[in-house]
Design a protein around this ligand. Structure first.
Ligand SMILES: O=c1nc[nH]c2c1ncn2[C@H]1C[C@H](O)[C@@H](COP(=O)(O)OP(=O)(O)OP(=O)(O)O)O1
Ligand SMILES: [Mg+2]
Length: 202
């Protein structure tokens, strides 16, 4: 069986995964292909716990290999917030603009050079009756003073990469997919994939 379900309903993430999984030569589906898919409650307190909840639930329901991504933005001046609560930071409706506005408000007194932050991405891979495996990636940058750029999703318009003098929302997906937290986690997955492939795709 060469199909994997990405246990996510986030269109931005799913578009990135379609490209990032290209070298794996697998058929990639997501929960957007299953309109009746449940919303797995993210009751964990770590990226690992929430990723595991999502991938194990979906692997069981669809009797297949499922990969979940739990990710978020950790800002040093905010003691790591919004962290695992990134999606719901400004409320349960998970609105990107409101989340960005809340972060910018909280950082308004903080000078640019002290606005250091990183994205974290934990991927979990699950299949029925197999212990879940995890990989993690990080990407470091600064929180911009105002949103810039229209590409990407989530907090991309305020995540500034000094090396490129651009926010994630100003980078083409090919560039973001070379350096993002998701790309770093996928690199690690690619390393372990040959050793776990037989077990997961039997
Ligand atoms: O590359 C990124 N660029 C910008 N923002 C990002 C990125 N990666 C994660 N993020 C933000 C979006 C969301 O506010 C939170 C993830 O929350 P998280 O629960 O993992 O995802 P989600 O609820 O949007 O979709 P789902 O759980 O169905 O995969 O971090
Ligand atoms: Mg979520």
């Amino acid at each position: 069986m060469n199909r994997i379900i990405i246990a996510s309903k986030n269109k931005g993430k799913i578009e990135e995964f379609q490209k990032l999984f290209h070298p794996f030569g697998l058929t990639i589906q997501s929960l957007l292909d299953f309109p009746d898919a449940i919303d797995v409650e993210e009751t964990g307190t770590t990226f690992y716990e929430n990723a595991q909840l999502k991938s194990e639930a979906i692997a069981k329901i669809y009797n297949t290999v499922a990969i979940a991504d739990d990710s978020g933005l950790e800002i040093d001046a905010l003691d790591g917030r919004p962290g695992v609560y990134s999606a719901r930071y400004a409320g349960e409706d998970k609105a990107d603009e409101a989340n960005i506005a809340k972060v910018l408000e909280e950082l308004k007194e903080i000078p640019f050079e002290q606005r250091t932050a990183h994205f974290t991405c934990v991927l979990s891979i699950s299949a029925p009756n197999i212990p879940t495996r995890f990989v993690k990636g990080e990407c470091h940058g600064l929180i911009a003073q105002q949103p810039t750029g229209t590409l990407g999703f989530g907090y991309d318009p305020i995540f500034y990469i000094p090396e490129f003098k651009k926010t994630f929302a100003e980078l083409e997906s090919e560039q973001k997919n070379k350096l993002s937290h998701r790309a770093m986690a996928m690199k690690e997955l690619q390393v372990i994939w040959p050793t776990i492939k037989e077990e997961f795709l039997k």
